[in-house]
Design a binder for this molecule. Structure first.
Ligand code: GLT
Ligand code: MN
Ligand code: MN
Length: 395
């Protein structure tokens, strides 16, 4: 599976990253205790490098235990940096754990008690210092506990300004320190809260336009999270790309209608995964490849031992590379190209940009509505071609 002659074998050039918390997930769930030993971060770095990843991402407490002294912190960071250097691994993204400690039980940056908000802000600042020290360029905000069960307790016009003020504060902090962070906001509709604030990437995209330093802030959409909300992930990522706000991405898989599963990339909804890879890689040739990190926010099944964890990690990357090849094959297929070329009417399109003359030209344009209504769009054939490429009988 990992022989160098294998063209699907990942290399650092593919820009694959994993969170320490992903391959490090010990298999705890709401009904059961951990099934695996904690893998030390330095070994995670070594193993992921061996498998061909580009880097690892982390929360402050994935590396440094909550409440560690400054001396402990520095010792851990030095040891971790050495592992990174020894294995040529990078840390492109950092984030803060604002959800595990019970102080965050009713939110962090949106909590009612200003001391809780102060604690959260202080924790993010320290975590940004760590991220900057490790060379991270992207800083993720996942507001897992920013939400509610009892909505009578807090009006949206109270928690929205709190969240805005916090991000404005942290943008200023980043600038004052001379850090070059780009913030990426990650939405999720529910879990662990009954409802999480800013449920989808679309909500985040609007909220960003209200921030003082909106140019510093983008989104980090996750496959599973948009699926939990029943949404089309490719549409949402496409909207973020079009807005030039796709700063990071969390790749995984999810069965619709279930709890947040964080499954191995491509293990469910292969067609969705194919269309996503096609979009990110710019396979159609219409738009460029997206340059960001291909980050996997997923974990191995609870049935697995450590060997299974590395199978899981290799599988995420291998599936991505296979889908990239499939997407290129699909877009190079003459039958596909012919259908896509026929869809565009190059003659009329320029008239659809407003000018007085174009408005007049539209009025004069001959349009046979009944005839147009009868033109088939060849989508059945196009989609069947996609499915055949995916099944490996074409291309
Ligand atoms: C947590 C969550 C993820 C977020 C991580 C970043 S932590 O595992 O389920 O979706 O991306 O805070
Ligand atoms: Mn995520
Ligand atoms: Mn998730």
């Amino acid at each position: 599976m990992h022989s160098p002659s294998d063209s699907y074998a990942p290399t650092p050039g593919d820009q694959f990253t994993f969170g320490l918390w992903t391959v490090g997930n010990p298999g705890r769930d709401p009904f059961g205790e951990p099934v695996r030993e904690r893998i030390p971060p330095t070994r995670i770095v070594a193993e992921l490098a061996r498998l061909g990843a580009y880097g690892v991402n982390l929360h402050d407490n994935d590396l440094i235990p909550f409440g560690a002294t400054a001396v402990e912190r520095d010792r851990i960071v030095t040891e971790f940096r050495k592992a990174l250097d020894d294995h040529g691994m990078k840390v492109p993204m950092c984030t803060t754990n604002l959800f595990t400690h019970p102080i965050f039980k009713d939110g962090a940056l949106t909590a009612d008690d200003p001391k809780v908000r102060a604690f959260a802000l202080r924790k993010v600042m320290a975590s940004m210092d760590l991220g900057a020290e490790l060379g991270a360029g992207v800083y993720v905000f996942w507001g897992g506990r920013e939400g509610a069960e009892a909505d009578a307790a807090r009006d949206p016009r109270v928690w929205i300004p709190r969240y805005r003020e916090s991000l404005d504060f942290l943008c200023e902090y980043s600038r004052d320190q001379g850090y070059l962070f780009r913030f990426a906001l990650e939405a999720k509709p529910n879990e662990p809260r009954g409802d999480i604030y800013f449920a989808t990437t679309g909500h985040m995209l609007h909220f960003i336009t209200t921030l003082t330093h909106e140019e510093m802030v983008g989104v980090n959409p996750e496959v599973a999270h948009e699926n939990l909300a029943g949404l089309n992930f490719v549409h949402n990522v496409g909207q973020a790309l079009e807005a030039e706000k796709l700063f990071h991405i969390d790749l995984n898989a999810q069965k619709i209608g279930r709890y947040d599963q964080d499954l191995r990339f491509g293990s469910e909804d292969l067609k969705g995964a194919f269309l996503l890879v096609r979009l990110l890689e710019g396979a159609s040739g219409q738009f460029p490849r997206w340059e960001g990190m291909r980050h996997f926010d997923a974990h191995a099944y609870r049935t697995e031992d450590e060997a299974g964890v590395w199978e899981f990690a290799a599988g995420c990357m291998r599936t991505y590379n296979i889908l990239r090849e499939k997407a290129r094959g699909f877009d190079a297929d003459p039958a596909v190209r012919e259908i896509l070329a026929e869809i565009v009417d190059a003659e009329v399109s320029p008239l659809l940009r407003y000018s007085k003359a174009n408005a007049e030209a539209l009025r004069a344009l001959e349009i046979d509505a009944d005839r147009l209504a009868q033109v088939g769009q060849q989508h059945e054939r196009l989609d069947q071609l996609l499915v055949e490429h995916l099944m490996g009988v074409r291309g």
